[in-house]
Design a protein around this ligand. Structure first.
Ligand SMILES: [Zn+2]
Length: 259
């Protein structure tokens, strides 16, 4: 009789301790999942800012390119203006010379030169007109790029401010949950903790302890047979998913654990 009652007591203690083990694991998992969430969030924030910075850099490059094109066209126009001035000087000289022509051959030759310079001037004027139109188009592009840059710069500075604040906040949160996690780790049996860490590392979502949801493993969604489901609910032993190896718990127990 004595032995039997001892066994019962031991069994009761053991059952209770499995449930406790499970609860401490669930607690740890919930904290670690929270940490994972924070880290994912933190990981994306600098990326967002970096993307914006890239976009801004692209726009600034575009603006520089258009500015350089405008400078190039301006130089081209200046060149043409010089050409016109030179031609005009030549023309003035030819006009003077025409007063002193000795024969018709000389006159014709001079006339040809004059016509050529007049043509040069006309051509240069046409080039200047076209180039001026082109500058007008480029100036519009430049204005659009400058406007886009101003918008992006405002957005970037707002984002940077927001992100810095979020980073500060998440760091505070992270420190808080890290302390909780370390504390919770101390309450999990070392062998169990090793398994937990190993399973967690194996899965990108960091879930080592999952609830049975709609009769399936909450980690891999493989069906859990009814017999195993009832064993899980009894909390008498640790049961892992046959498919993914995650530690299975019932939703009810999971809900009792809050962080
Ligand atoms: Zn599974």
């Amino acid at each position: 009789m004595g032995l039997l009652s001892t066994n019962i007591t031991m069994a009761a203690v053991k059952d209770f301790s499995v449930q406790e083990k499970l609860s401490s694991l669930i607690y740890l998992q919930k904290i670690d999942s929270k940490l994972d969430e924070i880290r994912i969030l933190k990981g994306e924030l600098p990326m967002e800012v970096a993307d914006l910075e890239d976009e801004l850099q692209g726009l600034q490059n575009r603006r520089t390119r258009v500015e350089e094109e405008i400078n190039g066209i301006t130089d081209f126009i200046e060149g043409k203006k010089t050409l016109i001035k030179d031609s005009e000087e030549l023309l003035a000289r030819y006009e003077k010379q025409s007063d002193n022509v000795k024969n018709s051959r000389e006159f014709e030759a001079l006339n040809k030169e004059i016509e050529m310079q007049q043509l040069e001037i006309k051509l240069a004027e046409k080039h200047i007109k076209d180039a001026t139109l082109e500058i007008g188009e480029k100036a519009k592009k430049l204005e659009a790029a400058s406007k886009a840059i101003a918008i992006k710069e405002t957005l970037l500075s707002t984002k940077k401010g927001e992100l810095e604040k979020i980073i500060v906040d998440t760091e505070k949160e992270e420190t808080h949950f890290l302390a909780l996690s370390n504390n919770a780790r101390g309450k999990v049996e070392s062998r169990l903790l090793t398994s937990y860490e190993r399973i967690r590392k194996n899965y990108r979502n960091g879930l080592a302890v999952v609830a049975v949801l709609r009769e399936a493993c909450g980690g891999c969604f493989n069906a859990v047979p009814p017999q195993r489901q009832s064993e899980i609910k009894q909390h008498k032993k640790l049961i892992v998913c046959e498919n993914c190896g995650r530690i299975l718990i019932d939703e009810e127990l999971s809900d009792t654990v809050t962080i």
